[in-house]
Design a protein around this ligand. Structure first.
Ligand SMILES: [Zn+2]
Length: 147
């Protein structure tokens, strides 16, 4: 699967509020974080730092530090990636139809501030959570600010 480049534009053609320079990010981020955030790669399951973390705090975008998820909405899905049942705020994330595994169509989750790739959201899987959603997010796309 070839990684896709992250656009600096939103699907409606307007620019993301935070414009990041990939050349700078490549210097400051570790290689895997860069591949995930800026090229929509996926970390291997059960390898991420936050998969089973229960620390209380706020998960922030590793590229731009925007607040993305609260530890209160994190749950143990068993899927191998940190899973949440809701974002911190509806406008913290941007959803994009992802046809990279066509015919399987997935919903990609991006940071609404800088457009970086975070993961995918799945619905109706039957998890016992308030929204019946699993926000499946790469550990390396975030950092946890503990309370
Ligand atoms: Zn961001």
């Amino acid at each position: 699967m070839s990684a896709e480049e992250i656009s600096s534009l939103r699907p409606d053609g307007t620019a993301f509020p935070v414009q990041l320079d990939d050349a700078v990010l490549k210097q400051t981020l570790d290689p895997l974080s860069f591949e995930v955030l800026r090229k929509a790669a996926t970390e291997r399951p059960f390898t991420g730092e936050y998969t089973d973390t229960e620390t209380i705090g706020i998960y922030k975008c590793k590229a731009c530090a925007a607040e993305l998820f609260r530890s209160e909405t994190k749950f143990h899905s068993g899927c191998g990636w940190p899973s949440f049942y809701a974002p911190k705020a509806e406008d913290a994330v941007l959803l994009i139809e992802d046809r990279s595994l066509f015919p399987r169509v997935r919903t990609e989750v991006r940071c609404a501030s800088c457009g970086s790739h975070l993961g995918h959201v799945f619905e109706g899987e039957g998890y016992d959570v308030p929204t019946d959603q699993r926000w499946c997010i790469n550990s390396v796309s975030m950092f946890l600010e503990a309370k």
